[in-house]
Write a protein that binds this ligand. Structure first.
Ligand code: UDX
Length: 447
């Protein structure tokens, strides 16, 4: 299959490289000449484990190339993927589809022969209809089938998610395009990944419904963690106890500081807007969005409370800035709200993150960026684990304690066992686990 991938951002690049690895002939197209030039030198603009090697080997094999040229590769393609950005529109939270429609217009003018046009970008229900209309308007002779094929890639695990998906969803109205899409994903068929053919609108909604459900699941366990703290239960036990029920499932039940990232926050808001516009509001998701927003700020209050109710003039060491590990992505990261609120309350903040320091510098002023966890902890009154990078899971607690002014750890990802930390002489506060308050009160009484 000859494939043109329009947009060499996160989704386009990962999908393009994986499809080339399946044996297809893939051209990745982007308007950003500097990005294409860098990709040609095998400089990958994003941090994604395994992507650099995958791109290099497929370029070497002659199956993957990069260009700013649009017409030639689109004319030659059997299948054209649209993988451009759909950011939140300023002001109203709807997805901004201008890049998608601009790509559709250009595709209309370039296609030759029957071509399947696939929307991979996350787009609201009905966008496929509009893409088709735009193409027909720009070129009534264009022979295309417009298909929806959402991605379910997690940052940090995107290649594995692409190659071993739980399912592939393909939305098309009519049968044209079905054969080509089967061919595109044939290697996955052979791995027995189920492929769900459905209508275009259903496919578009599946993507949003999946993300909204997962965001709701995380928010559910986060609220349950708060209740655990009130009643003296352990959220990890509750999570395991309910997760073993197959109807619930154990994934996405880790309590934490609230979800962030490029998808959940943006997609939940876009879905809420669509539903409101249709007169069928999704109140569960509306509530999920607002609970999650409040939770990020509440985490700063938790740190202040653990520090005895006053943080002014104190030094807070933050470990982990990105919205989750194995990415350099800072979008909607809980660290942003937490650090801002701590600074507003008068704290001095030092921080370390294995990959997120550069993007963080652009977003967060007044932070002392450290060279490692121990450097961040130097003279700190409290250490806060915000992102569960592996390097933070086995810190040398003796060294950490010696560096800190007072040994207090607030673990917002529950990556430590309280006994291990307390044994080293720390006060320890985590999320939804018993003992925190009791130990804290004991400590305060002893001071
Ligand atoms: C998500 C979806 O998983 C993916 O299918 C979709 O295509 C894009 O959005 P991603 O944003 O990369 O992927 O990250 P994910 O691993 O899903 O985590 C999202 C956020 O939820 C992170 O902030 C993470 O820390 C948080 N999270 C996740 C929890 O707090 N608890 C959990 O149990 C799982």
């Amino acid at each position: 299959m000859r494939i043109a991938m329009i947009g060499s951002g996160y989704v386009g690049l990962v999908s393009g490289a994986c499809l080339a690895d399946f044996g297809h002939d893939v051209t990745c197209i982007d308007k950003d000449a500097a990005k294409i030039e860098a990709l040609k030198q095998n400089q990958i603009p994003i941090f994604e484990p395994g992507l650099e090697a995958l791109v290099a080997s497929n370029v070497r094999a002659g199956r993957l190339s990069f260009t700013t040229e649009f017409e030639g590769p689109v004319a030659a393609a059997d299948v054209v993927f649209i993988a451009v950005g759909t950011p939140s529109r300023r002001g109203d939270g709807h997805a901004d589809l201008s890049y998608v429609y601009a790509a559709a217009r250009e595709i209309a003018l370039a296609v030759k022969g029957f071509t399947v046009v696939v929307t991979k970008s996350t787009v609201p229900v009905g966008t496929g209809d509009e893409v088709e209309r735009v193409i027909r308007e720009a070129n009534p002779d264009a022979d295309v089938a417009v298909v929806s094929n959402p991605e379910f890639l997690r940052e940090g695990a995107a290649i594995a998610d692409f190659k071993r998906p739980d399912r592939i969803v393909v939305g098309l109205d009519g049968d044209r395009g079905k054969e080509a899409m089967s061919e595109v994903y044939r290697p996955l068929y052979l791995n027995q990944a189920p492929i769900l053919f459905t209508s275009r609108r259903s496919s578009e909604l599946i993507k949003y419904a999946a993300n909204a459900f997962l965001a709701m699941k995380i928010t559910f366990i986060n609220e349950m963690a708060d209740l655990c703290e009130s009643v003296g239960a352990d959220v990890q036990a509750v999570s395991r106890g309910i997760g073993l029920d197959n109807r619930i499932g154990s994934k996405f039940l880790h309590a934490g500081p609230g979800y962030g990232g490029s998808c959940f926050p943006k997609d939940t808001i876009a879905l809420v807007k669509t539903a409101q516009d249709q007169g069928t509001p999704l109140r569960l998701i509306e509530t999920t969005v607002s609970i999650n927003d409040q939770r990020k700020r509440a985490m700063a209050r938790k740190v202040i409370q653990a520090s005895g109710g006053e943080i002014r003039g104190k030094k807070v060491a933050i470990l982990g800035l990105t919205f989750k590990p194995n990415t350099d992505d800072m979008r909607e990261a809980p660290s942003l709200s937490i650090i801002q609120a701590l600074q507003d309350a008068g704290a001095r903040v030092s921080a370390f993150d294995p990959e997120g320091m550069e993007p963080a510098r652009q977003l967060l002023g007044g932070v002392d960026y450290a060279s490692d966890a121990y450097d961040a902890a130097q003279d700190a009154d409290v250490l806060v684990i915000v992102t569960e990078w592996d390097v933070f899971r086995a810190l040398d607690l003796k060294r950490l304690k010696a560096a800190m002014k007072s040994p207090l750890m607030v673990d917002l990802r529950n990556i430590y066992r309280r006994d291990d930390v307390v044994r080293e002489g720390f006060r320890y506060v985590s999320i939804g686990r018993p003992g925190d308050d009791a130990a804290f009160q004991l400590d305060v009484a002893a001071e």
